[in-house]
Design a protein around this ligand. Sequence first.
Ligand code: ZN
Length: 88
Amino acid sequence: MKDHPSQWIHSGLTCRDLTNQASEYLDDRLPILTKVRVGLHLASCAHCRTYVKQIDLVSSTLRSLPKLYPSPVNRLCLRQQFVASHTN
Ligand SMILES: [Zn+2]
């Protein structure tokens, strides 16, 4: 049963994977199956929901402002904070 689609979708997406893909997820740059996996992880993980919400907030704030800050730096900073506070 290891190739069963629903099992494949549920397998293997860790919080660290999610933080690595959060920007692509918000920018809608992920393949559909990866998006589904991210969505499923978010449904069951409050930490990552908070993280994605923060990234989304930062991104949309930056989009509405003149280009004062390069967003990759902010995203990297958020990711480092997240990883530091949420490693297990
Ligand atoms: Zn998570």
